[in-house]
Write a protein that binds this ligand. Structure first.
Ligand code: ADP
Ligand code: MG
Length: 269
């Protein structure tokens, strides 16, 4: 059966949808069969980030209303083998859907997939339950700032109260700013792990590349030479059980270039 992973956060705008899209593509690139579910019903933007908004024939509401078989509603990504997508509906609201509806959809498709990633809406109301209750694992996205971490902590508590073991919960830190990190003005991985008591599974920088890719509707991981792609690849390997130190995500950026060269030189002497 598929691993069911929800990408959630508490605070909105921290990068859940961006990370769901890129992680989905990178997992599929590594050979996994992946289905992405947009559970942000009423808003929807995973389709846009994937560049699939013009291909939508059916939405999750059509499946719930028995207008179409779930497998027939999925959009196959034209450029990424093994990547499928179930769009949210913009005309429906979160209250028109229950977690059981989503659970039933997953039960009917999961034999075809290795991974089902669910993109969670912001907040901790019904939409949160709809997206998280059908999942067995969670990736919590947070920015390295206190308000986001406080909300992440709250969400971790909710997931645990819903019966998810904390070993199934991992944190992705998004939008690290290296210049602040160097001055000691940014919360570190250790600070965040101490605050949340949950392991960090990936660290992504604040990057203009991400914004440009989002505006083009082309997931950044489709560019194999991007450093961001290397980070997503590390995260994928960790999800697959490989031991890749999380510090490697920062090294991708910090050990390159002339300053990095000097740093390596000095650290060896
Ligand atoms: N690492 C990053 N660097 C720069 N911008 C980012 C990064 N991650 C996300 N963003 C931007 O932040 C905004 C919110 O991201 P989004 O994925 O929609 O968040 P959420 O789904 O949590 O609301 C988007 O404009 C996105 O392009
Ligand atoms: Mg989102």
């Amino acid at each position: 059966m598929a691993r069911r992973i929800v990408v959630t956060s508490g605070k909105g705008g921290v990068g859940k949808t961006t990370i769901t899209a890129n992680l989905g593509v990178e997992l599929a690139k590594s050979g996994e069969r992946v289905c992405l579910i947009d559970a942000d019903i009423g808003l929807k933007n995973l389709d846009v980030l994937l560049g699939l908004e013009d291909r939508i024939n059916y939405t999750i509401m059509d499946v719930i209303n028995d207008m179409v078989e779930p497998m027939d509603a999925l959009i196959r990504h034209p450029g990424v083998k093994n990547l499928f997508f179930l769009p949210a509906s913009q005309i429906a609201t979160k209250d028109m859907v229950s977690h059981k509806d989503i659970e039933r959809i997953i039960e009917r498709i999961e034999e075809h997939f290795d991974f089902i990633l669910i993109d969670c809406p912001a907040g901790i109301e019904k939409g949160f339950k709809n997206a998280t209750l059908p999942a067995k694992e969670a990736l919590i996205v947070t920015n390295p700032e206190l308000p986001a971490i406080t909300d992440a902590d709250r969400v971790i508590g909710l997931l645990e109260s819903q019966g998810m073991p904390d070993t199934n919960i991992k944190v992705i830190i998004n939008r690290i700013k290296f210049h602040l990190m160097k001055n000691g003005n940014m919360l570190t991985k250790k600070d965040i792990e101490n605050a949340l008591s949950i392991d960090v599974i990936g660290i992504l920088p604040d990057s203009d590349e991400m914004i440009i890719a989002a505006n083009k509707g082309v997931p950044i991981v489709l560019n194999d030479s991007s450093k961001i792609t290397k980070v997503f690849n590390n995260i994928v390997r960790r999800i697959q059980g490989e031991l890749v130190p999380v510090e490697a995500d920062i090294d991708i950026f910090e050990k390159s270039g002339f300053m990095g060269f000097l740093k390596t030189l000095f650290s060896k002497s």
